[in-house]
Design a protein around this ligand. Structure first.
Ligand code: F0G
Length: 356
């Protein structure tokens, strides 16, 4: 039977790979693009959810990491290094160990979700918790790769962006053309840049007729692109995008201008509200950072900026199981209380609201 072969083999014609490239893949990509009628009803648009949590390590990073690690091995690298808010480290660790090479990952101490930390540790990466934020970690990772024989696999490595552009290819392959709007979370703005590149290349190849407007969202406490200045102490509960000095800032502004797009900032409260809607109404469980795509759509739809019937794609970037604690909070911030019942069918029926 046929199985999806991973993004390098599926999209080899659009990637800088050759017979000499050892393809390091865990079968990433080919993620579902899910129609969401409940979101149509809420917004008046035609909404599709690109569920990137369905990748092998549970985030979109795997699309970039298959390319970055394959090219690293092609170039003879024995160790890869990255800075991360969690997902990149989980992905780098998995792809490196699959390739039989080492991974060193730098994460901000106490600021990454437990699921992601567990993934990196499980894969046998050398994990260092740095007493600083993501931006500090990235500065050190770059410095290490300049001075020592370690290969940098953050999105400042173009191979990462190349792999991640395949997300846009998949959207067009399913919809038959680019959507009107594409909503996406922004941390380093690597994925915003990558999707724009993917849409541009597909249009140039005649696979689509247009570019979508690229709408990127940052958390209000970590919104350097929106504010137009570096944020020294970024804060947000969406730990994946707690970034004050995005690596792909310049490229993101170019992509915004090219697509007539824009950036916006969303409060943590609105992020969690969108997180709840995705879980409860759509049935898609994501980590908080991913829900910002929906929060952005709700804000723009309410402001009358999304026409009725417009085709909208939301990239939701990471799986809810990576950072599940948010599901156990009520809308007013309390803890969800478990209902405990005795071993008794009548009691269970009663607790479920059935009358005897
Ligand atoms: N969503 C999730 C779940 C992420 O993990 C990230 C970035 C983003 C969105 C933003 O993507 O940086 O390309 O704009 N996570 C990185 C990491 C920083 O280390 O895992 P971006």
């Amino acid at each position: 039977a046929h199985q999806w072969r991973g993004v390098i083999r599926e999209y080899a014609d659009f990637l800088d790979v050759s017979d000499a490239t050892p393809v390091v893949t865990l079968g990433e990509g080919g993620t579902p693009l899910i129609p969401a009628p409940s979101l149509n009803a809420r917004t008046g648009a035609e909404v599709w959810v690109k569920f990137e949590g369905m990748n092998p390590t549970g985030s979109f990073k795997d699309r970039g990491m298959t390319m970055a690690v394959s090219k690293a091995v092609e170039h003879g690298a024995k160790v890869v290094v990255c800075a991360s808010t969690g997902n990149t480290s989980a992905s780098a660790a998995a792809y490196a160990t699959h390739a039989g090479i080492g991974a060193a990952v730098l994460v901000p101490e106490g600021k990454i979700a437990m699921g992601k930390l567990s993934q990196a540790v499980a894969s046998g990466a050398q994990l260092l918790q740095v007493q600083g934020n993501f931006d500090d970690c990235l500065r050190i990772a770059r410095d290490l790769s300049d001075r020592y024989p370690v290969h940098l696999v953050n999105s400042v490595n173009n191979d990462r962006i190349e792999g991640q552009k395949t997300g846009a290819f998949e959207v067009v392959d399913v919809l038959g053309d680019a959507p009107d709007f594409h909503f996406i979370p922004v941390g380093n703005a690597g994925n915003y840049t990558a999707y724009t590149r993917g849409y541009r290349e597909y249009a140039a190849a005649g696979r689509s007729t247009r570019l979508p407007r690229m709408l990127g969202f940052q958390a209000s406490g970590s919104a350097p692109i929106v504010r137009g200045e570096v944020v020294a102490q970024p804060e947000t509960i969406a730990s994946a995008i707690r970034i004050g000095n995005p690596a792909s800032w310049r490229q993101a502004l170019e992509a915004r201008d090219e697509t007539n797009g824009s950036f916006g900032a969303i409060s943590d409260e609105k992020i969690l509200e969108a997180h709840r809607i995705l879980s409860r109404d759509v049935g898609v469980f994501v980590e908080p950072a991913s829900a910002i795509s929906l929060a952005g759509l709700l804000e723009r739809a309410e402001a009358g900026q999304v026409p009725q019937g417009a085709k909208v794609v939301l990239t939701v970037t990471g799986h809810g199981l990576k950072d599940p604690q948010w599901a156990l909070k009520t809308a007013d911030g309390g803890d969800v209380q478990p209902t405990i019942v005795p071993v008794d069918a009548d009691e269970v029926a009663g607790a479920l609201g059935f009358n005897a």
